[in-house]
Design a protein around this ligand. Structure first.
Ligand code: IPM
Ligand code: MG
Length: 361
């Protein structure tokens, strides 16, 4: 009998449950076609977990995630939790599961769909053919560095502190993922830092440079983050693979996403040293459109495809899902975020049904 894959589902908040429902329906439809068996277990994270348990990442969720073969996450967060103390905010739950599963490598592809070029705010000739992979370090840097907090100085003034720090081992392991990724793509790697100002970036640049000799087939370049932000909108096609730290990667991946027309299209994979990976859309929980059947489920569905490809080593099933996404776009179905002249507006559920119809054909 086929060994079942244990998948932990974390629908989270806002549009999360709606888009997760579509991804699960797609996975269920694809399973028999590739002789796969999925065992889904749903758990709490983010605001939904705060409401039920008082904590954004209940220990049972982390335990379940650790015991599974892969974790599929939708999105977390919402206005009603924005003013809670940091330890109880939804975002803290997301950071805690990344840390708890040691998911240090975050792969964020920004690939433009030919059908969506007109949804981009940039000119067609600038974005046509864009195919970038951002490799973001995810469990270090200023997100996790110590000391951190809001302290009171001797004069009674408040002082907020975060620390951007990287150890050589942390830089080396993400650099290795980045070189390997670039090698499998077009062989170009751009490392982004702020080495003209930050010591932590100087160490980053030194270590990445030192590793280059092990990958003679990869052409390595370096950019300061301010210049990289500019180059991304000026000539995005110069980029193949980008590797950068946690904060710069957070910012540049949103920017890269927008090249493709909508952040509602982009999936991501977070991988660690061997345990289960976590797969989630780059976008957030969009509380303003939650529960109105308006959300774009395609980034979530593409995250399920990334789960099959990178987490479960099922590339054929992943491709089939990706083709179905191309299929619905070619048929003209669009959610509000990617609507353009001559296309047909559909809701989240109808987009899901259109995907299922494509999977059957
Ligand atoms: C992301 C998000 C998160 C991050 C937030 C929600 C904590 O912006 O996944 O890019 O900053 O990493
Ligand atoms: Mg972000």
């Amino acid at each position: 009998m086929t060994q079942p894959y244990r998948i932990t589902l974390l629908p989270g908040d806002g549009i999360g449950p709606e888009i997760m429902a579509v991804a699960v329906a797609v996975l269920k439809a694809i399973a028999p076609q590739f002789d796969l068996v999925f065992e889904f277990q749903t758990a709490l994270i983010g605001g939904a977990a705060i409401e039920a348990t008082g904590q954004p990442l209940p220990p049972e969720t982390l335990k379940l995630a650790r015991q599974s073969d892969a974790v599929l996450l939708a999105a977390i967060g919402g206005y009603q939790w924005d003013n809670l103390p940091r330890q109880q905010r939804p975002e803290t739950g997301l950071l805690a599961i990344r840390e708890g599963l040691e998911l240090f490598a975050n792969l964020r592809p920004a690939t433009i769909f030919p059908q969506l070029i007109d949804a981009s705010t940039l000119k067609r000739e600038v974005v046509e053919g864009v195919d970038i992979m951002v490799v973001r370090e995810l469990t270090g840097g200023i997100y996790f560095g110590q000391p951190k907090g809001i302290f009171t100085t001797e004069t009674g003034e408040k002082r907020g502190v975060n620390t951007m720090a990287y150890r050589t081992s942390e830089i080396d392991r993400i650099a290795k993922v980045a070189f390997e990724t670039a090698r499998k793509r077009r062989g170009k790697l751009c490392s982004v830092d702020k080495a003209n100002v930050l010591d932590v970036s100087q160490l980053w640049r030194d270590r990445v440079t030192a590793m280059a000799s092990q990958y003679p087939e990869v052409e390595l370049s370096h950019l300061y983050v301010d210049n990289a932000a500019m180059q991304l909108v000026r000539t995005p096609k110069q980029f193949d693979t980008i590797v950068t730290g946690n904060l710069f990667g957070d910012i540049l991946s949103d920017e890269a996403a927008m090249l493709t027309g909508s952040i509602g299209m982009l999936p991501s994979a977070s991988l660690g040293a061997g345990g289960p990976g976590l797969f989630e859309p780059v976008h957030g929980s969009a509380p303003d459109i939650a529960a109105q059947d308006k959300a774009n489920p395609l980034a979530q569905v593409l995250s399920a495809a990334m789960m099959l490809r990178y987490g479960l080593d099922q590339p054929a099933a992943a491709s089939k899902i990706e083709q179905a996404v191309h299929g619905v776009l070619a048929q003209g179905y669009r959610t509000g975020d990617i609507l353009s002249a001559g296309t047909q507006l559909v809701g989240c559920q109808a987009m899901g049904e259109a995907l299922l119809a494509n999977l059957e054909s």
